[in-house]
Design a protein around this ligand. Sequence first.
Ligand code: 39A
Length: 200
Amino acid sequence: MIENNSFEIYEFLKDKNLLLNLPEYWWPNVGTFKILIGAILTQNTSWKNVEKSLKNLDGFLELDSFSTLNELTLKEMIKPSGFYNQKAPRLLQLSRNIKNDFNDFKTFQSRVDREWLLKQKGIGKESADAILCYACFRDEMVVDTYTKRVLKAFDIEFSQYDEYKEYLEKGFKENLDKRKLNLIYARFHGMIVEYNKKYL
Ligand code: 39A
């Protein structure tokens, strides 16, 4: 039984082999600019729709090539994942800001922080943590609807995003040496999404 520790939830999910036949860190193409685009496109829509938009964007999924797109073309390309009138200008502004403040994606990856991301239009806490975790290899747990649903199944509920995040990360900090985290939050979050799809 789960007492009061997120690490126990991780071990419960791990036993179910939910990431079998999926990418090692669950989100395809970890550590790439494509993740950043996917993290914004997935807001308020299903991953299936995001995959359609990403397919349309083939050849433009690097910072430099993406930045050459004009807004109208981009809107057409990302139509399958909805809210394209909002998402297109926000994505273009974000890529411009990355170029201005970090010059290239590799520098962005190693230097960006949560504060910078949260200042960008259209990036809230969930998207910021997804970008930090999956695009920038940081030890940041993502809290989304799937995460809350799994915790609720274990009778664990909070009112604030930060409370969920603190609960989820605390269990790992208490049970694992920090050096052994090794993108474990990426796998944990992936297991949570897959558990939702299979069991909830
Ligand atoms: N909801 C989702 C997903 N479902 C997903 N994958 C499957 C691979 N990603 C990356 C993000 N959000």
